[in-house]
Design a protein around this ligand. Structure first.
Ligand SMILES: C[S@@+](CC[C@H](N)C(=O)[O-])C[C@H]1O[C@@H](n2cnc3c(N)ncnc32)[C@H](O)[C@@H]1O
Length: 358
């Protein structure tokens, strides 16, 4: 299956990079991975999170200082172009978080300015920068934490309304064809198509280890439906149940479901164990950094709800450490794991592991 995805393998990384501080994933999980993928990220990032500080773009460094970043190799050329344009025509606020995005499908540039309400007002009142950027550059500009975007009405007045969705990053189906899911700039997503393909392909390959194809599966933390759409294409006959807690992701999840996973039963609230009784074959989990401790603690009290298999994605060792020890104490045995070098230049990597109830 994985060959169809044309992904680059690099086993040397298991030794060279996979040491995150004192924790080594192979030590946590007790064996080496089936697969170690290093997607080519040169010019491949369609999402880049940086900081704006007094006319410069950079990152916060280890000592809480600031390191300027000029032309990151990993960024898509359109994102590097956006960075240069921003330096030439500076954002009229002193500091902000910046998320650059580029949609290949829509040839569209997007910027999320993560700043306070006061700074949003400052941008609106200044108006000239927004007018130039919206009309001449035609960027989509979201700001703040409430999922809103700036636009101009016919009379040139600045509006700040609910953000519109675009195809910022496609998912991939079982044939490696793109699934053009819609999302918003500020919502969680993988950094680019190669990492996304690698993560999905590793999950598909691990599911090949199951002796019988799941007739039902449940997902917790679906976001806008990136994995939901991919696994719905692979397990096309199975019943799907999925949940997401973030209200703005939920809107996109519901919209994407209509087009790409219409059969899925959506739970648009926090993960609730009781609701999942009918999807006991497989759980697919892509938790935030700390993992999903509450789910596994809940399972300890409701052993009748234990799924036969759990496929789980971890971007951080702390979550992996906690969830893997909880899975073991619930009676699950590791079937195999793979890793994707989703964060080059850092000690982190994405771990995908499959567990069966023994
Ligand atoms: C790492 S993201 C994964 C998103 C998605 N799988 C993807 O590939 O883009 C984790 C998601 O879990 C959601 N989440 C966090 N806690 C949750 C909970 N208690 N119940 C349901 N979803 C939750 C977050 O809002 C976020 O969208």
């Amino acid at each position: 299956m994985i060959e169809a995805f044309h992904l680059r393998e690099n086993r040397a990384l298991i030794d060279a990079k996979w040491r995150e501080k004192r924790l080594l994933t192979s030590e946590i999980l007790g064996c080496d991975p089936i697969r170690a993928l290093q997607p080519d990220l040169t010019a491949g990032r369609l999402r880049l999170d940086l900081m704006w500080k007094e006319g410069l773009i950079g990152i916060r460094d280890e000592n809480d200082g600031f390191t300027e970043i000029r032309e990151p190799d990993s960024a898509h050329p359109r994102i590097r172009g956006m960075m240069n344009l921003l330096l030439q025509d500076p954002l009229p606020v002193a500091r902000a978080g910046l998320r650059f995005r580029y949609s290949m499908q829509e040839d569209l540039c997007g910027l999320w300015i993560d700043c306070s309400n006061e700074e949003i007002k400052q941008l609106k009142d200044e108006k000239a920068w927004l007018s130039r950027t919206l009309t001449k550059k035609r960027w989509v500009i979201e700001a703040g934490q409430k999922g809103k975007e700036f636009s101009l009405n016919e009379t040139g007045e600045v509006l700040f309304q609910e953000a519109r969705s675009h195809v910022w990053l496609a998912s991939f189906d079982a044939n490696n064809d793109e699934i053009p899911l819609r999302s918003k700039i500020h919502l969680f997503s993988q950094p680019g198509p190669e990492v996304n393909r690698a993560m999905i392909a590793c999950g598909f390959e691990l599911l090949d280890l199951l002796k019988t194809s799941p007739r039902s599966w449940a997902e917790f933390g679906a976001g806008y439906g990136n994995l939901t759409a991919a696994f719905a294409s692979l397990l096309s006959e199975a019943r799907i149940w999925t949940s997401e807690i973030h209200p703005l992701a939920v809107e996109c999840l519901a919209e994407n479901a209509k087009h790409f996973f219409a059969k899925a039963e959506l739970q648009l609230t926090a993960a609730k164990l009781d609701a999942v009784a009918s999807a006991s074959d497989l759980w697919i989990l892509d938790p935030p950094r700390p993992g999903f401790p509450e789910l596994f603690d809940g399972l300890a009290l409701r052993p009748d709800l234990k799924p036969h298999s759990v496929l789980i994605y971890h971007c951080h060792s702390k979550g992996l450490l906690g969830d893997s020890s909880r899975l073991k104490s619930l009676g699950y045995a590791l079937q195999g794991w793979s890793s994707v070098d989703a964060f080059p230049g850092t000690p982190y990597h994405e771990v995908i592991s499959l567990w069966n109830l023994s």
